[in-house]
Write a protein that binds this ligand. Structure first.
Ligand code: GTQ
Length: 344
């Protein structure tokens, strides 16, 4: 045995390891994520969700969710290293009981109407394409008074909070929280480019608007497609705002909605923030490249896919489509490490 091997072997019991053996992978020349691109076709996922609806009640499950696990991170409940995504099902008459946690959550409504989520005493009705927030440490419960299944995408910063070992959670005193404000109050207070004169930030670093209706986002995208230049990489893309700060709606997650016009052939880009997509309407193709590998995803309504960090991606759409997405960009920006490249 040479002197190096002898050294490694003798110091191992003392919990010591030589940096020079791992330096390259510890400090890579560019992001080297273990995540891989992945696509979940809604046609394939939906039957499992409905079977979950027969297998367990929302109340017993607390949250009846099928987690979208990155194929390279099985068992970690993560779609990227920092983000969690799942599809939650609630059936008519059910309640997903009140609890709160330090993890922030977003809901993006995929299918069905008439369910509600209640945050801090205010309910908001879910409609397809709505983007709804559950701020960190606010009590929230979900219920459904309508007559057909409702499915939404849950996006949470669970892996990030786990990384920091900073998670707290507790159950609410009652199954459904008492309603203390009329539906739409938060949107009226903060959602019209105005704010109460002596406003505070009711949810700290999180947006005071907790429901961003699809109707409005879609109208903005449609007008911009018609009246303004279309971006060669993104089509028409807008980010959701915390109106009190101009920043992302949550401290850990940014959200976006984009419309690719019919006939769109987008240029490629890459960015350090891995992103999760939910297809709202229409069809298209995502082409993702990394090293020598290429993934081609033909997507349609309610499909979900993930573009990992520093993978090159581009979109095309023959008939046009609308895409919702979220990523951990605000954290990259807070740390001053966000990188983005627009390629040609
Ligand atoms: O709705 O509170 O998908 O706490 C995972 C954890 C949803 C929720 C998830 C959660 C929730």
């Amino acid at each position: 045995m040479n002197i190096r091997e002898q050294l490694y072997r003798d110091m191992a019991p003392h919990h010591l390891t030589p940096l020079w053996e791992v330096l390259h992978s510890l400090v890579p020349q560019q992001p080297a994520t273990p995540c891989v691109p992945a696509l979940w076709k809604y046609d394939e996922v939906r039957p499992f969700l409905m079977r979950a609806g027969e297998a367990i009640t929302a109340e017993e499950a607390v949250r009846r969710v099928l987690i979208l696990e990155n194929p390279a991170l099985r068992g970690q409940s993560a779609i990227t290293q920092s983000l969690y995504a799942g599809l939650q099902l609630i059936l008519p008459g059910e309640v997903a009981p009140s609890h709160r946690h330090t993890q922030s959550a977003l809901r993006f409504i995929v299918e069905g109407s008439g369910a509600y989520t209640a945050v801090d005493g205010e309910r908001t009705t879910m409609r397809p394409g709505d983007f709804i927030i559950t701020p960190s440490w606010t009590f929230h419960d979900h219920g459904h008074d309508g007559d057909a299944p409702v499915v939404w995408l849950d996006g949470l910063d669970i892996p990030m909070i786990r990384f920091f070992d900073a998670g707290f959670a507790e159950n609410g005193a009652s199954k459904s929280q008492a309603v203390s404000r009329a539906e739409g109050t938060s949107l009226a207070r903060y959602g019209h480019n105005m704010a109460p004169v002596r406003h505070d930030a009711p949810f700290g670093k999180t947006s005071p608007i907790f429901s961003y209706p699809y109707e409005r986002s879609r109208e903005a995208l449609e007008r911009l497609e018609r009246d303004a230049p279309v971006d060669a990489w993104d089509g028409v893309k807008l980010r959701y705002l915390n109106p009190l700060t101009g920043g992302a709606p949550m401290p850990t997650m940014a959200t976006f909605m984009q419309k690719l016009p019919a006939g769109f052939v987008g240029k490629p880009w890459r960015q350090t923030d891995g992103a999760v997509y939910s297809v709202v309407e229409g069809e298209g193709e995502a082409v993702i490249e990394h090293g020598a590998q290429t993934w081609r995803y033909a997507f349609g309504p309610h499909d979900h896919f993930v573009v990992p960090s520093w993978h090159t991606a581009r979109f095309t759409s023959e008939r046009g489509c609308v895409l919702f997405s979220f990523s951990d960009r605000p954290v990259h920006q807070a740390l001053g490490i966000h990188q983005e490249e627009r390629l040609s």
